[in-house]
Design a protein around this ligand. Structure first.
Ligand code: HEC
Ligand code: HEC
Length: 253
């Protein structure tokens, strides 16, 4: 397997694989978030065009030692010892975004805005979007839906955008709602927190923590679909962009 991979890679290198085929493709929202982070933290040394540091041209993807995305991850997270290239403490989605931008600096289009203003996004979250009706942020709000306090540190912009536009298509096993029926016929629905072979713990609709022994249940299973509405048509593009900026600003307390 390893050998085969090596041979394929070697074949590519000999044949001179086109850059577009070697590089992973990144989503627009991730590239734009990366552009913002780059402007804030990298232009100081590398410049807006990415070619200020001698021997490194970020826009052209000419580096001194890195080739792959993983190597770039390493360089950015660890820095280059003995040089001005310091290490950066990015959360995984931020690192993905910065690399997405480096890989697309050349064709970056700053006119489209998929990521807006976090302060305005908070207004959408608590107001028109009614997100706060289900989601908890920094200790405020209900527990019936996943707590979003650190969502900006664990999900990429593109993943967040997709959930908001079409939550049905993005369900994560960890967040699923479950329905249990006890031996005496009581129906309990709620959000699953934990599950093992014998028991399940959930937050029920009255926000109580419930632990159930599966052997004592008449019926137990995942609820199909989600209670989260799809916002693709409910929010204007700029509202969506602001909301996204707000979610990305949530990185835990
Ligand atoms: C304080 C100045 C400084 C800042 C800020 C800085 N860099 Fe660098 N960077 C450098 C220098 C200097 C080098 C060249 C290091 C060397 O000589 O190998 C470098 C090299 C690099 C390289 C090339 C690594 C390689 O394999 O050759 C990458 C990629 C890079 N920087 C990305 C970034 C990103 C992304 C940011 C922002 C998050 C950033 N840098 C912020 C100074 C900086
Ligand atoms: C009626 C309740 C409800 C409303 C209103 C709601 N959500 Fe959700 N949301 C959920 C539930 C439940 C889930 C978990 C998915 C599932 O059902 O399995 C979820 C999942 C999510 C996730 C994915 C979390 C993860 O771990 O990746 C994000 C992000 C999210 N919602 C953001 C929002 C935003 C932003 C709004 C407002 C525009 C919103 N939600 C409105 C109920 C809601």
């Amino acid at each position: 397997m390893q050998l085969r991979r090596f041979l394929i890679l070697a074949g590519w290198l000999v044949a001179g694989a086109p850059a577009s085929l070697m590089a992973q493709t990144y989503a627009q929202a991730d590239i734009q978030y990366g552009a913002r982070l780059y402007a804030e933290q990298c232009t100081l040394c590398h410049g807006a065009t990415g070619d200020v540091v001698a021997g490194v041209d970020l826009r052209a993807n000419r580096f001194k030692r890195s080739t792959t995305d993983n190597e770039l991850r390493n360089v950015i997270s660890n820095g280059v010892p003995g040089t001005a290239m310091v290490s950066f403490k990015f959360a995984p989605p931020e690192l993905t975004a910065v690399i997405a931008y480096l890989r697309n600096m050349r064709d970056f289009d700053s006119k489209t805005t998929l990521i807006g203003d976090p302060a305005r996004g908070r207004v959408v979250f608590e107001g028109k979007g009614e997100c706060a009706r289900c989601h908890r942020v920094n200790g405020k709000g209900p527990r019936v839906a996943p707590d979003l306090s650190d969502i900006g540190a664990i999900r990429t912009p593109d993943a967040l955008r997709r959930v908001i536009v079409d939550p049905e298509a993005q369900l994560r096993p960890a967040n699923r709602s479950v329905r249990a029926v006890t031996q005496d016929g009581k129906v309990i629905t709620g959000r699953r927190l934990n599950e093992d072979t014998y028991t399940v713990q959930l937050i029920d609709e009255q926000e109580r923590l419930v632990s159930l022994v599966k052997a004592n249940l008449r019926d137990y299973g995942l609820i199909k679909g989600t209670s989260m509405p799809a916002y693709g048509d409910k929010l204007a593009p700029d509202e969506l962009a602001d909301l996204l900026a707000y979610l990305l600003s949530l990185k835990g307390l």
